[in-house]
Design a protein around this ligand. Structure first.
Ligand code: SAH
Length: 400
């Protein structure tokens, strides 16, 4: 077995079961491991620490599969991990409460399920996979076969087109990996509502599954309100607000295709089109236009794309978050609600709250937090891997 030996004093994080080994911590490589091949990770004294996947091109030089010296990394190991992850989600397979149904969920959330670099989302009868690291790429065929065996499904679509894959030295790859595909887009069910999802061209693996529970909350808050859904994409929040009895919903996005799907999803659920308007444009610009036109709303949703993928862009991201939140507070009527989100890994929950607080202050608005929101429970966060937590949200109420 090839091995990586750490520099003295650099084993602390791996002993706490954090799965990443950075290149700066590595003293040397023994043997000639291929990208993604399994290596033993040794302390400077030669003690076994973990068995890991080798990533020669990445700053994250290795990712631990297992901390058990007796556990070989082969098909049986992956089958156990896959089984555990799927079993952990079985309560959600039928939805999140009596009579509630969802048939789209994340089955494997990478590091947080002990499978670094592997994302598996289920959309009805199809699995959509992302292989984001050398290690998950190395085991691709084995993982695909095991996933079909363990789920009893026959179709896998690959969406390995996330930017992080490049850091691992791999080209993006999208396409069918197993079976045949249902006509795309096709409808999935989330909390009993239907959404057309395009797994071939949609964002991420097709849909923002991490917002499932938060859409449900917005549904519960929406009755009788004039709602502004900013960065609406295909209408996840819009459809829920209309279903929850919103008086009106205005859905804003810069993508005409997303807005077309948003209207389609409103129709798919037989919701009143006369209460719904879509508007194509830049949210930063439109919020100013609404402010200048003295428009107001009872509920504003802000679910922007990742402004800060890494810590390096945090400052710029903070300015972006502050700007849209400040404008949103101004547009809210007294007693109105702001459901505001950040999916930037570089902005943690405490910083996000500070940004929203300074937005309210500068808007001259008094507001309170009613609820803190997070990613849905099929996107768990391993306690040893806090980086797994990326989505945070606040529901704030403007003083009446
Ligand atoms: N709320 C959505 C997900 C939002 S994803 C859901 O529940 O599914 C972010 C969306 O923001 C994308 O649809 C993207 O097209 C849009 N977007 C990105 N930058 C934008 C901008 N400056 N103005 C308007 N929309 C933008």
């Amino acid at each position: 077995m090839p091995s990586l030996t750490l520099k003295p004093g650099r084993e602390k994080s791996i002993l706490r079961r954090h799965p990443w080994i950075f290149s700066g911590a590595v003293a040397g490589v023994d043997g000639d491991p291929a990208p993604g091949a399994t290596v033993d990770l040794l302390s400077s004294k030669g003690d076994f620490l973990a068995r890991a996947a080798f990533s020669p091109s990445s700053q994250i030089r290795a990712r631990a599969w297992t901390f058990d010296p007796a556990e070989p990394v082969e098909a049986g190991f992956f089958r156990r991990r896959i089984r555990t992850a799927i079993a952990a989600r079985s309560p959600f397979l039928s939805g999140e409460g009596p009579g509630v149904r969802s048939d789209a969920l994340r089955l494997i959330h990478a590091e947080s399920d002990g499978l670094p670099g592997l994302i598996v989302d289920r959309y009805g009868e199809a699995l959509v996979l992302q292989f984001l690291t050398a290690g998950s790429e190395f085991w691709k065929e084995t993982l695909a076969d095991l996933l079909l065996e363990e789920t009893g499904l026959t179709t896998i679509y690959e969406r390995s087109d996330a930017d992080v894959r490049e850091l691992e030295g791999f080209q993006p790859r999208c396409g069918l990996l197993r079976g045949h595909i249902s006509p795309s887009p096709f409808a999935i069910t989330e909390n009993n509502l239907r959404f057309n999802v395009d797994i071939a061209t949609g964002h991420k693996t097709g849909f923002y599954l991490d917002q499932r529970g938060n859409r449900q909350r917005v549904r519960e808050f929406a009755a009788g309100r004039d709602v502004l859904d900013c960065f609406c994409y295909t209408g996840g929040f819009t459809v829920n607000a209309l279903f929850g009895g919103a008086k009106s919903v205005l859905s804003v996005d810069s993508s005409a295709e997303a807005l077309a799907l948003c209207r389609e999803n409103v129709a798919l659920n037989d919701l009143p089109a006369e209460n719904h308007t879509t508007l194509e444009g830049d949210v930063f610009h439109l919020l100013r236009k609404f402010r200048d036109g003295a428009r107001s709303f009872d509920l504003v949703v802000l679910d922007p794309p990742k402004f800060a993928p890494t810590a390096a862009q945090v400052e710029k991201a903070a300015r972006g978050y502050k700007d849209i939140n400040l404008l949103a507070f101004k547009l809210l009527r007294p007693g109105g609600l702001l459901a505001t989100f950040s999916c930037s890994g570089g902005v943690d929950a405490a910083l996000f709250q500070k940004i929203v607080a300074s937005a309210a202050l500068d808007a001259g608005v008094e507001a309170r937090i009613l609820e803190r929101l997070s990613q849905a429970p099929d996107h768990p966060v391993a306690l040893s891997f806090p980086e797994g937590e990326y989505l945070k949200g606040l529901v704030c109420q403007k003083a009446g």
